[in-house]
Design a protein. Structure first.
Lengths: 191, 191
DNA sequence: GTGATGAGACAGACCTGTCTCATCACAATG
DNA sequence: CATTGTGATGAGACAGGTCTGTCTCATCAC
């Protein structure tokens, strides 16, 4: 845990990235450990030395994606000035995501579908990511509206964007983000 | 297929009901055939004589729930007069659903998470159910607004309610439906 | 020498789907 | 009423595969 920490971390990260791609495409239960290590081209013990179990790996994948998502939205909203433009930037980001050929829906929503037990670590990780996104909306809106209205609007924006992601997965990504943004505008601008 | 059709249908329906309860709680891939037939207390061959495969059973479960959902909303909206009250009745229905102790999120959304291939029959069944719900919203709104605005609003309502269902699964059912309805009101009433 | 890794056997359980055979309900017929 | 045919069903073995997780041993880099 001193000299070769770097090599170990590289392997570890490579496994996380490979597992992410497979989970996204085929789901969590449908993706076996054997498939992951074959695709990542590592030994099974390398995986089990870095992660306590498959569930542990899933949580790591989710947390890694959540951090990456946060960094992207941080970068995206730092450049813009007004709250409305920040919201718009986030919705635009989703719109671009929906158009990507490797878009398969929200990994966190999918995780919630497969791990419905609130006590399960995966469930907890998903909840944290969604609450984080809602808090982001709320912080943005708090600059231009009272706290209780910012909370209500943030909740609506979260539900709109989650619903849009679901609709986008069914093949209506373009219409989904346009209609979601139209509704979001009404919510943000109202009163 | 003449005299004992009734008994056969009973078994068939019982398997569908049992599978529904298990799929809802634990997911599709995580629920094995053995578990279903044990819970339903039928022989394995009884299941495989009524359904071509596990996937076929899943599709039957989804279609059965979709029909039941449709009937419930039909009954719910037939009694009310104005479009706004119809929408309100639907949102209230969702609010009550979120509060039920056996609420585990939307089975169709979960199915979409586990069967992401657009060519898969499960994917098709899910898409049909969601399009049906959106069309319902659209038909209701078409009575009080122009067609293109009804289409846009219906899409927003669908996304709101789907997002609310996701949030509700994470334990915020009460707040979710209140905020969703507040946003829905703005969308329906606007302009 | 030391620690990470690759390769693969292995256990024990579970998966879907097929098959056989005994049993049972029930209808038609004598 | 008694008998016989028929189709659905229960019970469970079975095949062939996959699952997670553990173990051993050789190899390789430093």
């Amino acid at each position: 845990m001193n000299t070769s920490t770097d090599a170990g971390s590289n392997k570890r990260q490579h496994i996380v990235d490979t597992a992410y791609a497979l989970f996204k495409r085929a789901g969590f239960h449908a993706t076996g450990i054997d498939r992951i290590i074959a695709e990542a081209d590592v030994a099974k013990m390398t995986m089990y030395r870095n992660f306590p179990s498959k569930d542990g790996l899933i949580v790591e994948v989710l947390n890694h994606r959540a951090r990456r998502f946060d960094r992207q939205l941080d970068r995206l909203t730092q450049g813009t000035a007004t709250p409305e433009r920040k919201i718009r930037a986030i919705f635009d980001w989703y719109g671009r995501w929906f158009q990507r050929p490797d878009f398969h829906g929200c990994l966190f929503a999918h995780a919630l579908a497969e791990f419905g037990d609130p006590a399960h670590p995966v469930f907890v990780a998903v909840t944290a990511q969604k609450q984080n996104l809602q808090r982001r909306f709320q912080d943005i809106l708090a600059a231009v509206m009272p706290k209780n209205r910012a909370e209500r609007s943030a909740a609506a924006l979260l539900m709109l964007i989650e619903g849009a992601t679901l609709v986008a997965q069914m093949g209506q990504g373009d219409r989904a983000i346009r209609h979601a943004w139209a509704a979001a505008q009404q919510i943000v601008e109202s009163r």
